[in-house]
Write a protein that binds this ligand. Structure first.
Ligand SMILES: [Zn+2]
Length: 180
């Protein structure tokens, strides 16, 4: 999916890829929503849409702030969520489903997540909100919060998926080693 507007300069950021150590940092809370944070979030949306993602966390673009964005529809302007300093305050049930990650291109694996969660976070206006989420949105919330704690789906996948994806991960590790 490509949503790039050719009439405007793109402010798409580079996506940090596995096994870059920046994906392993525990992110720090946002103290103040200043111009830098606002601009980061705007650029994150452009990056997410141009990559065809439904969620993106700050460490995936090289920032170590506790911020993620989500849009389960992947359509710009619709159901956009900005979650600053997010926490899951309640969760229920469990559901196994397939996930991918923009930072681990090519990896698709089954991950067990809570079926329903209540998220508490701060929006771009600095207001606290809670959101009750199920299914895909609940899954996105859990996946993105994991990123803020340095956790990736490759850590959580089953042994079968680990074996099936060993070659893919090894190739990404070699690519990273070649470029660093
Ligand atoms: Zn991810």
């Amino acid at each position: 999916m490509n949503t790039k507007d050719e009439n405007h300069p793109t402010s798409r950021l580079e996506i940090v890829k596995y096994p870059d150590p920046r994906l392993r940092e525990k992110c720090r809370s946002v103290e103040k929503i200043d111009d830098q944070v606002v601009s980061l979030i705007k650029q994150m949306f452009e990056t997410m849409y141009s990559s065809g993602g439904v969620g993106l966390a700050a460490p995936q673009v090289g920032s170590s702030l506790r911020v993620f964005i989500a849009n389960p529809t992947a359509e710009p302007g619709k159901e956009e969520k900005v979650c600053i300093n997010p926490e899951i305050i309640n969760s229920e049930g469990s559901l196994m489903a397939q996930e991918g990650c923009l930072s681990i291109p090519g990896l698709v694996c089954k991950i067990k997540r809570s079926q329903r969660v209540i998220l508490r976070a701060i929006n771009l206006d600095g207001e606290e909100f809670t959101q009750d989420a199920e299914e895909l949105l609940a899954r996105i919330f859990q996946h993105e919060i994991d990123h803020l704690d340095g956790i990736l789906i490759s850590d959580k996948m089953s042994t079968v998926d680990k074996i099936a994806n060993r070659k893919l991960l090894k190739e990404l590790e070699e690519q990273y080693a070649d470029n660093h």
